[in-house]
Write a new protein. Structure first.
Length: 499
């Protein structure tokens, strides 16, 4: 009887130890992601979830070089029209399907042909995908494409399980990353669980990873300081001093690739039929009434980088002869007079429903009012904002882009006639010609000349106004170790563990 009692006690102890050993990492993110289908999604918060959920063919290092992930090696044919990739052995999807060249072909073909795929323009150069053998795939191109490796390092290169993808991928994605999908409660949480068959599972140390969307930056930080969260992303500049002063936290501030833009509806449905949508002088007047430096000082405590281009100043494709224009209210009024519009001109500006976006919107509202605009601010949940932009239900939308190492990823899909994220449906064949050609050129000087011409066309037609680049500020519990920050801001969990 005593022996039985000892066994029972031991079982309870083992059970208690097992429960204690289960580790859960809680990450506070700014927005609830949109659909969790890599080929159809567009939110940055979705990319944060994908980093733990869906492996890609190629990854990006902290030095912004391309490194192996599901592809271990790749090489180009002499004419630059065939990319051959060697695939990692021993990889399985979360449902047990084997990852091989057939799966790569399925995914790239799906990304290129799915009716509502946002990856079409990213993979427009691909003519066909051929299975050479189980671990070798050949991507045949219509013309050389200097951007393709970059595209394959993000959503266009994420691999879904082919059989499972016959169902609704967006609500239950099946990938091959270190964590598998377990649960989603809209606007509340996304729960991932450790995938024990992951090819590099020894580098991952949490049993569960929970992403919790919390739009209010101050609330995110308060939850981190109280211990209810372990990591938060997009820390507000106004909260950096507080976070750094807290000995229980650590803060990572990395120069970022991402920017904020005002996208104008120029040709997407009835809401484009306004002076703002139809006359570039009105758009230029709106932009000219904005003081980007003032926004940076008032909202971001000088930590952001004002810009009027889609490339950061560190990029070789940044045009130094196009500096950030100074605010000029009189010039703005002059442009409106030339356009012959009746003042005040009513304009609707949609912004995300987080405090920072709303504060930027309020400053723009006040500044442009001095020039003759009457701005109606409409705040909405971010994924909804993007959905409404895509549907043409907007006049001006303030939306963020997280940035890419290759310049094509920061411009082509937003302003070319058939660009996957060109919500305003702006179209200039000359601009298309320049940006399409830039995709085929590897020489930096030649690409630079093409992008400089494109930037001048954009400055003239103003389909979008670039406002600023933001650093990637991440804060986490000092109990965590092993985190390596990256300019893309993504939270890679390899090597991250509780001390």
């Amino acid at each position: 009887m005593k022996f039985a009692h000892l066994i029972t006690g031991s079982l309870f102890l083992l059970a208690a130890n097992a429960a204690f050993a289960e580790t859960t990492l809680r990450i506070g993110i700014q927005d609830d992601p949109d659909v969790l289908d890599p080929h159809r999604s567009r939110t940055y918060s979705g990319r944060l979830v994908y980093t733990a959920l869906c492996d890609k063919l190629v990854d990006v290092s902290p030095q912004l070089t391309y490194v192996p992930q599901l592809a271990t090696a790749w090489n180009w044919s002499e004419d630059g029209k065939t990319l051959t990739m060697t695939l990692r052995d021993g990889v399985t999807f979360h449902d047990g399907e084997v990852f091989d060249a057939v799966a790569v072909k399925f995914n790239l073909d799906r990304a290129r042909t799915l009716p509502d795929s946002l990856r079409k323009s990213e993979l427009a150069s691909v003519d066909s995908v051929e299975v050479v053998d189980a671990k070798t795939v050949a991507i045949k191109l219509k013309q050389p494409d200097a951007t393709l490796i970059s595209q394959l390092s993000d959503r266009a290169g994420m691999m879904l399980a082919p059989t499972a993808s016959a169902t609704d991928v967006g609500t239950k994605p099946v990938c091959s990353g270190p964590y598998k999908f377990a649960q989603r409660v809209q606007q509340d949480r996304i729960v991932l669980e450790r995938f024990d068959q992951y090819w590099n599972k020894q580098a991952y140390h949490f049993d569960k990873v929970i992403f919790l969307p919390i739009p209010d930056t101050s609330v995110r930080l308060a939850n981190l300081r109280s211990g209810d969260l372990d990591i938060i992303e997009r820390v507000a500049p106004t909260d950096v001093k507080t976070a750094k002063a807290d000995s229980t936290l650590q803060v990572f501030n990395t120069p970022g690739l991402g920017y904020m833009q005002l996208m104008y509806n120029t040709n997407n449905g009835d809401r484009a039929k306004t002076p703002m949508g139809q006359d570039p002088r009105v758009r230029k007047a709106f932009e000219t009434a904005i003081d980007r430096d003032a926004i940076n000082q008032v909202v971001f405590e000088g930590l952001y980088a004002p810009s009027a281009q889609p490339f950061p100043s560190s990029s070789p494709y940044y045009d130094k002869s196009l500096p950030v224009p100074a605010r000029d209210v009189e010039q703005s009024k002059k442009l409106l007079a030339e356009a012959g519009v009746k003042l005040p001109l009513n304009v609707e500006l949609k912004v995300a429903n987080n405090p920072i976006a709303q504060q930027v919107g309020q400053i723009i509202q006040a500044m442009t009012e001095e020039a003759g605009f009457k701005v109606n601010l409409v705040a909405t949940e971010y994924a909804t904002l993007l959905s409404e932009q895509q549907a043409g239900n907007f006049q001006i939308g303030m939306s963020a882009w997280s940035g890419r190492p290759d310049p094509d990823g920061d411009i082509h899909q937003f302003v070319t006639c058939k660009g996957g994220q060109n919500d305003g449906h702006f179209c200039d064949p000359k601009l298309d010609e320049l940006l399409n050609k830039a995709r085929t050129v590897n020489d930096t000087a030649q690409r630079q000349a093409l992008y400089f011409q494109a930037l001048r066309l954009l400055a003239s037609d103003v389909p979008t106004s670039y406002l600023y680049f933001d650093p990637r500020i991440i804060a986490m519990s000092s109990k965590l170790t092993g985190f390596v920050p990256n300019p893309d801001g993504l939270i890679r969990l390899a090597g991250v563990a509780f001390k």
